[in-house]
Write a protein that binds this ligand. Structure first.
Ligand code: AMP
Ligand code: MG
Length: 339
């Protein structure tokens, strides 16, 4: 299959492909998504095939306007309305009770569905033109870092999907926050583009799913990377070093193998500490929004450089830091050093 590369203006073409059961790479403010008509089970099945994604991992339904929510969801609680009013369009996915019209293949058979209204004008224009909700996971091959540009998405999906629509680089850079509003209190399933603190400011109590941050052992003892916990992962093994930026930078300098092709993902302040090694910058040590924007690209760039091992600095968990930490920890299969 030839994958068409569409300009951001070719909305009607992209919409036609969606309407006729095809797959389109779609830009959003978070990451590029791999979209299909969310009401067409055959088209949605193709998403799983193109990504190599396990069938038991449900997809998110994307809508161009908050008012569409009622068509696909039942018993929408007040908490959801409040969140939609405050954060939509935006990087927040809400888990709600689904209506029957939503196919099983979208929800992996669950009686809930993840709903999001993205804050990206091209994305919403395509969905509106297609006239159907668009089911989309991130547009990467299952397990790989999510794509944050058209080039990233082509790398994984060229020849496997009908088209990719160019919407420029993603402004958030990590996926949406996912909150289950059918739980009481609401529960954060995945940290993302809306920080936990902002969700708590609207809702009061929000529980954290334990899988977001697994408790680590004492001191420097890194956990063996369990494959089933490794997501967002580049080809080379990743070691995340946590602690103050200066200490983690020093730890990496002390432990990097100069006779081996090892790369470093670090804050801008330390970018010239590792001459002779491929280095990717995450932005400033206090700028977790920039860290989020650059993280997935940095992981992919390490693959391109062909490094055998990756060392990465990590921000703290405040604000957008939580989403960055969660992606880094999973990319490393929880291979973490605390210094
Ligand atoms: P992706 O955007 O590729 O990360 O895929 C969508 C994410 O949404 C996955 O992590 C799913 O597990 C999650 N998700 C989608 N629908 C549901 C649901 N009904 N309940 C819980 N999680 C969901
Ligand atoms: Mg994904």
């Amino acid at each position: 299959m030839k994958t068409e590369q569409l300009r951001g203006t070719e909305i009607e073409r992209a919409a036609l492909i969606l309407k006729t059961g095809g797959l389109v790479g779609i830009p959003t403010e978070t990451v590029y998504g791999l979209g299909a008509n969310g009401l067409n089970p055959r088209a949605v099945e193709d998403i799983f095939r193109a990504k190599g994604r396990p069938q038991d991992n449900p997809l998110i339904l994307h809508i161009p306007d908050p008012s569409w929510l009622e068509w696909y969801c039942e018993d929408v609680p007040d908490t959801a309305r409040k969140l939609a009013k405050r954060f939509w369009p935006g990087p927040l996915t809400m888990i709600l009770r689904r209506k029957r019209i939503v196919p099983d293949v979208v929800t992996a058979g669950l009686d809930t569905v993840g709903m999001r209204c993205p804050d990206h004008s091209i994305c919403r224009a395509v969905i509106r033109a297609a006239g159907v909700p668009v089911a989309a996971p991130s547009g990467n091959t299952s397990g790989r870092p999510s794509p944050t540009s058209m080039a990233d998405m082509l790398e994984d999906m060229d020849g496997k999907i009908d088209a990719i629509l160019d919407g420029g680089d993603c402004q958030v850079g990590v996926e949406s926050s996912i909150i289950d509003v059918t739980a009481n209190p609401p529960r954060l399933l995945r940290p993302g583009g809306v920080p936990l603190e902002e969700l708590r400011a609207v809702l009061g109590e929000v529980e954290l799913d334990p899988a977001i941050l697994r408790p680590m052992g004492e001191g420097e003892k890194p956990r063996a990377p369990g494959m089933k916990y490794r997501h967002y992962a580049p080809k080379a093994p990743v070691t995340v070093v946590k602690g103050s930026p200066a200490r983690s930078a020093q730890y990496i300098l002390d432990h990097i193998d100069h006779s081996y092709w090892e790369g470093v993902i670090c804050f801008d302040e330390f970018a010239d500490w590792y001459p002779g090694h491929p280095v990717e910058r995450l932005g400033g040590a206090v700028d977790c929004w920039e860290n989020a924007r650059r993280l997935f690209h940095a992981l992919r760039a390490m693959d391109e450089a062909g490094v055998k091992r990756i060392w990465a600095q990590s921000p703290g968990t405040a604000g957008m830091g939580l989403a960055v930490v969660n992606r880094l920890d999973k990319a490393a299969g929880f291979h973490i050093v605390e210094v």
